[in-house]
Design a protein. Structure first.
Length: 373
């Protein structure tokens, strides 16, 4: 079998391949019975979710406190829609009393052999990742939350005026870059991590500089939280998660020649994933176009909120249609159908598109790179 490798750095939830999800769990001593009862409830709930194929529960033969749950999905989008839903938050809540630590991993299925493969239903048997993708060792993730209207300037000042935490987490993990944007009363924090994302997020949350900032903005949040309460903190950050669904880097320009931008898109109810997919198609085409101003794109999506993070050659105002992902009449119509506001949300004339870009672009509050170590 001949294997080809993508020539550019990329990741995507939209290649149509089956998804394998691996959940590693470390249980509290004596919590096995409660855990099994919670798992049975969880298993029955997940079995009815569209896109779910199967799951397995495994216990370590070396350490009985270590457990493994694997599940298979016909593609990434239905899993992401479920795992980021309020239904999922409520479903997994009983597990928190049993589990000391967890780690979730998601993989596209690239190759498959053996008897287990023969049991896969024919409609999904061929849904394998077409070829290996090239990575750069960086995990990209974002968090989003809203603040009370009228407090935006106060929150922006707090978020801009803090000391950077220590970027080194351990020998294998390092915080590489953090960018903070605002759009109206919505805050988006995008992070880039080399190594273990969860370890990096936990490390940052413990840093006194960050804790002081989080405490300072608490009075202005629309959603109450108590970060000293593990359950409250877990609930807040679960709901704030804004996962990466697509990333592509063309790599045609040097870092000093590009500038970071973020664009905010509010999709119609139930259309967030379709909108993210449309923008991903546009950015894949841009990566193939030597004349494109877009050097890299990361698309974050949760429910009906889509954020597109761009590294672009200045000025993006010179090519507004490409910058917002609507160059081409067909894309304008498709984007208009998916955005909250209907077909009139995306104008077709040059001035209107420039206005749409200005309305969509988020305000950069701070963009911090870790010093090389």
């Amino acid at each position: 079998m001949t294997t080809t490798l993508s020539e550019r750095i990329s990741q995507s939830a939209f290649d149509g391949s089956r998804l394998r999800v691996v959940l590693l769990l470390d249980l509290y001593d004596g919590a096995q019975k409660e855990f099994l009862e919670a798992y049975e409830h969880l298993r029955n709930q997940v079995a009815s979710v569209p896109g779910h194929i199967s799951d397995q529960l495994c216990q370590s033969i070396e350490n009985p406190s270590q457990w493994l749950i694997t599940s298979e999905w016909d593609s990434a989008p239905p899993f992401l829609a479920w795992v980021n839903s309020e239904e999922h938050v409520a479903t997994v809540q009983p597990l928190h009393n049993c589990v000391r630590d967890t780690r979730s991993l998601r993989f596209s299925v690239l190759r498959e052999t053996g008897r287990a493969f023969e049991m896969v239903p024919e409609p999904v048997k061929g849904r394998l990742q077409a070829s290996p993708r090239l990575g750069d060792g960086v995990v990209r993730h974002a968090l989003t939350f809203t603040v009370k209207p009228g407090t935006e300037d106060i929150v922006a000042k707090i978020l801009a005026d803090y000391d950077s935490p220590n970027a080194r987490v351990d020998e294998d993990t390092r915080l590489r870059r953090t960018s903070l944007f605002m759009h109206g009363n919505r805050v988006v924090r995008a992070v880039e991590v080399e190594g273990d994302l969860l370890a990096a997020l936990r490390h940052v949350a413990r840093q006194p500089e960050v804790r002081a900032v989080e405490e300072a903005i608490n009075p202005y949040l629309e959603q109450d939280r108590d970060l000293s309460d593990p359950d409250s903190a877990r609930m807040f950050f679960t709901r704030a998660a804004l996962p990466t669904v697509h990333h592509v880097t063309a790599g045609r320009h040097k870092a000093e020649d590009v500038r970071r931008h973020a664009l905010f898109y509010q999709a119609k109810e139930g259309c967030g994933m379709a909108l993210a997919r449309l923008l991903a198609e546009h950015d894949e085409e841009a990566a193939d176009d030597p004349a494109s101003i877009i050097d890299s794109s990361t698309i974050f999506q949760r429910d009906d909120v889509v954020v597109r993070l761009l590294e672009a050659v200045e000025p993006i105002e010179a090519q507004p249609a490409q910058a917002v992902g609507i160059d081409g009449a067909g894309k304008v119509a498709r984007l208009g159908r998916l955005l909250d506001g209907g077909n009139n949300a995306v104008p077709t004339d040059e001035q209107g598109i420039s206005r749409f870009l200005k309305q969509s672009e988020m305000t950069l509050i701070t963009d911090r790179r870790a010093m090389e170590s």
